[in-house]
Design a protein around this ligand. Structure first.
Ligand code: ITT
Length: 200
């Protein structure tokens, strides 16, 4: 069994990692460590923010720490919401408020605005304040005109991956994980995860 601390307070991310990593991993996340101060995510990129989270947590807690920074880039919004995905409609915004804002911003661009978009994910693995690995993944698709589906979280009901006619929120977790930005990034990182392969 490999113990891994996911440096997130987002239970949806932890649930996806559990599905992706399988039963040989014992996962914990920051909900078990409520005393840890909130990390300021002021990086300009997903990788920079994932690094900030991984380092801050791994300096305070022992063992392997995995941080995920992720979000949605919409082409006709100049890449927004990007690193601001979690707080697009303001600090502490709900997923629904963020989705409403995204549709409103796209509507302002007119009916012919491109709806192409991609989810991106950066994963940083760290231990004792040192970065061990950085892996990134992305998945391309388009923003649908009306939210569809109730699975997943965040912008899932608005995102239809290329080649499929369902949104991420209409797909089973197994199918989403197989093609998602998080799944792609983790596929690259997973071979490095068995504790024995990572130099102390
Ligand atoms: P932590 O920083 O504690 O990990 P967070 O939710 O604030 O939690 P991020 O700063 O990485 O994490 O923001 C990610 C946001 O991007 C997330 O809240 C969603 O709005 C969106 N997002 C990322 N991955 C997603 C996915 O698989 N499906 C839908 N939305 C996603």
């Amino acid at each position: 069994m490999i113990s891994l601390l996911i440096a997130t307070r987002n239970a949806h991310k932890t649930r996806e990692f559990a599905g992706l990593l399988g039963p040989e991993f014992v996962l914990e996340d920051l909900r078990s460590h409520p005393h840890l101060a909130e990390v300021v995510e002021d990086g300009a990129t997903f990788a920079a923010n994932a690094r900030i989270k991984a380092l801050a947590v791994s300096r305070q807690l022992p063992g392997l720490v995995l941080a995920d920074d992720s979000g949605l880039e919409v082409d006709s919004l100049g890449g927004a919401p990007g690193v601001f995905s979690a707080r697009y409609a303001g600090l502490g915004a709900t997923d629904e408020a963020n989705r409403r804002k995204l549709l409103a911003e796209l509507a302002k661009r007119g009916p012919d605005a491109a709806r192409t978009a991609r989810f991106r994910c950066a994963l940083v693995l760290a231990r004792d304040g040192h970065v061990l690995a950085i892996c990134e993944g992305s998945v391309a698709g388009e923003i649908v005109r009306q939210a569809r589906g109730s699975a997943g979280f965040g912008y899932d009901p608005l995102f239809q991956p290329n080649g499929l006619s369902e949104t991420f929120a209409e797909l089973s977790p197994v199918v989403k994980n197989a093609i998602s930005h998080r799944g792609c990034a983790l596929t690259k990182l997973k071979p490095l995860l068995p504790a024995g392969d990572i130099p102390k």
